[in-house]
Write a new protein. Sequence first.
Length: 160
Amino acid sequence: MKLKLFVDSKLDDDYIDIKYRNMNMQISQIIEIAGSKQPSMMGRKEGYEFAINIQDVLYYETVDKKYFIYTDRETYETHIPLKEVEESLKQYGFSRINKSMIVNIFKVSKLKADSNMKILAYLANEEVVTVTRHYRTNFYQMIEQISFEKKRGRSYESGE
């Protein structure tokens, strides 16, 4: 994807033109961000509510009927059930990897085969999570979809 920026001090209003061949996850994210609909999740920490940009999320997990959002530096609690998060964030590169976890594909740095057809996924912060065999196929399909679109000239890198 190419990005061209132009400064024009004669403009009355700022505007953005987006030209694309086909709608994909990256274009969808750009449109939401540009339209001030930056995708985010609400999380609580130490009595405060925070809006967490989904690009900062490593993974989402449920533990003992509580829901947590994990970023590089922080952990937040939320009230949104895993199934709802799975459905709403799939379009942004999130994939279910086991019964209690959804991972941001763009935060996976490497994969390693493990016993019983499981996969160890190493995240950007060096944390390791397990993809169980039940979710393995869907996980790989999402990676292949993103890789295919990268090969066609579309990059899905999250704002790192």
